[in-house]
Write a protein that binds this ligand. Structure first.
Ligand code: PLP
Length: 283
């Protein structure tokens, strides 16, 4: 497998960054994950708009023009022969003597790109069965709108989910409402067929899959309510699912050990999963 690290393509086993990279020492960096389908990048322009915003919010310089990043990401996909999978991009503030405050402006951001094939059949199988989620108290910093590599709470949440036989963890804020998953946005479908997800103004990452799905719903005339919901409402909902670039629309069939609906992926969820890529931009 091949990676791109700061100007070079190399074998993944030799793909290293400096021990004084600020991503390594401070988690001082951002990332993006794009789905790869038919060896093409899904909704790449939107991911790059979000990347630019994350960088701007953290005052990290753009490492290169987006057109150059596109070439590198496609090349890593090509060299790894990924037809279905994900491509990962990470940009950190660069390498400098350890000091919390920003380094001099002469320090250039670090860029790493990797790509990985996923097992399409296995993913479809998971989607046919659905996943389980647990809920836990929100314990992340307030700037979760930035897609930063600072993911320790998410790591612990995912591990807790795994230990409880679940795949995803939904955070619940101090008002008792679900914010989002540790690596996905959270959705329910009410008994009268309305899709509900929290609005992007507070407490969540503005998911690209979420944004595209809002458009899909418009086209399919599925009613949408952007508002918070509680774990109790979710447990009583007709359907539930999560969205992310690597899962697209993934049905949720149990929340904290309680079955959602009839314990099978819901009909609207399935429809959304099937229709999703008709509305994607491929590049
Ligand atoms: N929320 C969090 C915390 C995430 O980590 C992710 C993706 O990994 C998402 C939401 C979904 O975002 P996207 O659809 O852009 O992958």
């Amino acid at each position: 497998r091949t990676a791109y690290v700061n100007g070079r393509y190399c074998d993944l086993r030799d793909a290293c960054v400096n021990v004084e990279d600020r991503g390594y020492q401070f988690a001082d960096g951002v990332y993006e994950v794009c789905e790869v389908r038919g060896a093409r990048l899904v909704d790449f322009p939107r991911h790059m708009v979000r990347l630019q915003r994350s960088l701007r919010e953290l005052q990290i310089d753009e490492p290169m023009p987006i057109t150059a990043l596109a070439i590198i990401m496609r090349e890593v996909v090509r060299r790894n022969r990924v037809t279905y999978g994900i491509v990962y991009l990470q940009v950190t503030r660069g390498v400098a003597r350890r000091d919390h405050a920003f380094p001099p402006s002469s320090v250039k951001p670090s860029v790493v790109v990797t790509a990985r094939a996923l097992d399409y059949e296995k993913k479809q199988q998971t989607a046919a069965t659905g996943i389980k989620v647990i809920t836990l108290a929100e314990n992340r910093w307030p700037r979760v709108d930035i897609k930063s590599v600072s993911l320790l709470p998410n790591v612990l949440a995912k591990q807790e989910a795994r230990e409880k036989g679940a795949y995803e963890a939904w955070y619940v804020d101090s008002d008792g409402f679900v914010t989002e998953g540790a690596s996905s946005n959270a959705w329910i479908v009410t008994k009268d067929g309305r899709a509900v997800t929290r609005s992007v103004d507070r407490g969540i990452l503005a998911g690209i899959t979420r944004a595209v799905l809002v458009e899909v719903m418009g086209a399919l005339q599925i009613r949408l309510e952007e508002r918070p919901f509680t774990p109790a409402e979710a447990r009583e909902a007709a359907e539930a699912f999560v969205t992310s670039a690597s899962q697209i629309v993934m049905p949720v069939v149990a929340i904290d050990g309680r079955v959602v609906g009839n314990g099978q992926p819901g009909g609207i969820t399935r429809q959304l999963r099937e229709e999703f890529h008709r509305f994607s931009a491929f590049s």
